[in-house]
Design a protein around this ligand. Structure first.
Ligand SMILES: [Zn+2]
Length: 367
């Protein structure tokens, strides 16, 4: 009787072990199938196969799933990224510790797909549970929604300290306020300057607000500080420059060019300013020089945009304009590349429109 019970016990243990082994084999098989589908470029099969693997909650499957979601996002395939992350959340067996991470990924998919309300709601829920990364996500959605005041608030109260980012947010808020409340716009631009005294975006917002308030010397000084602080972003100084009174603008550009003679971005600004001041014939020389000195392609790209958008030339300037156009088209110039998401852009902006990162652009890839 005793031996009989032991034999039954052993049989049960063997059955349990056998079942576990089968489960692990199934799990490994599903996982492998998913990986093979990924490699063989069949993403839908990969999503299906990995769904099986994730049900069995192996950590490898979760990691592979998340990596696959990243891949979809990088390639701009947001519907698949959303389907994948939703699948993950609906599968039983996703460990509680990983749940917030997947929800954050799904919120990010929604943000990039332009489903901003869904993204904001998910981020708020996660943030309420103390998730700092979700607070950053919510801040980025608020910027997308152009709710800059709220974005500043969330950044200050919930995110890690980042003075440069804060100055960008305050600069955007200041520009938003300028139409309706100039005094508030000025105060916020001062806050941006205080947050990051070498932040060119904040200094330019300050220059624009000072121009609107009629303080031409202050506006010119803030503009010059911005040009010194971030020479690579000089083309973004155009709104502040064009707001200045003509005398102040010409003097400010002259001083900036004296500090960096031959700088192609500053020469582009000078040419553009001369053209907008009705001095198109004088504009050709600095623009030609800017093109000749363009070391990284950004000025070439900017000039193509400029020439495309500019008014038709007077008959006397036709030849000069034609030569400039041909020169700008003949030069090779790669797109600016976002260092975070790899998105390309022909024109520099403070923020990558694809992923929302600030100060994201390296210099163009081809020279
Ligand atoms: Zn980007």
């Amino acid at each position: 009787m005793h031996w009989f019970l032991i034999a039954i016990g052993l049989a049960v243990v063997a059955a349990v072990l056998g079942h576990r082994l089968r489960r692990r084999r199934e799990q490994a098989r599903a996982y492998l199938k998913g990986v093979r589908s990924m490699i063989s470029d069949d993403p839908d099969a990969a999503i299906e196969a990995l769904s099986d693997a994730a049900r069995l909650s192996s950590p490898e499957a979760i990691e592979t799933y998340l990596a696959l979601g990243d891949l979809f996002k990088r390639e701009g395939d947001l519907p698949r990224a959303i389907r994948l992350h939703r699948n993950m959340l609906h599968r039983p067996g996703l460990p509680a510790g990983r749940r917030a991470e997947v929800e954050r990924q799904l919120a990010d998919d929604h943000r990039r797909a332009g489903m901003l309300d869904d993204a904001a709601e998910a981020y708020r829920r996660l943030m309420a549970a103390g998730d700092v990364l979700a607070a950053e996500g919510l801040r980025d959605v608020l910027v997308d929604q152009r709710r800059f005041g709220e974005a500043v608030e969330i950044h200050r109260s919930r995110c890690g300290p980042d003075a440069r980012l804060l100055s960008h947010l305050l600069a955007a808020r200041s520009r938003e306020l300028r139409e309706d409340d100039l005094a508030a716009a000025l105060a916020v631009a001062r806050e941006a300057e205080e947050a990051d005294p070498a932040g060119a975006d904040g200094l330019l917002a300050l220059s624009e607000a000072l121009s609107a308030a009629g303080d031409a010397p202050g506006a010119a000084q803030a503009l010059e500080r911005a040009l010194l602080a971030a020479p690579e972003a000089a083309l973004l100084a155009w709104p502040a420059l064009s707001d200045l009174e003509p005398g102040a603008a010409e003097a400010a550009l002259g001083r900036a060019l004296a500090a960096r003679p031959g700088d192609p971005r500053l020469l582009t600004l000078r040419g553009r300013w001369l053209a907008s001041a009705g001095r198109a014939a004088e504009a050709l020389a600095p623009l030609r020089e800017a093109l000749a000195r363009d070391g990284d392609g950004e000025v070439t790209l900017a000039l193509r945009e400029l020439l495309r958008d500019s008014a038709p030339p007077d008959p006397a300037e036709l030849a000069g304009r034609h030569d400039l156009m041909v020169a700008a088209l003949m030069r090779s110039a790669g797109l600016l590349r976002c260092t975070r998401c790899g998105g390309g852009a022909a024109v520099r902006a403070w923020r990558c429109p694809r992923c929302g990162a600030f100060d994201a652009y390296e210099l163009p890839e081809s020279c």
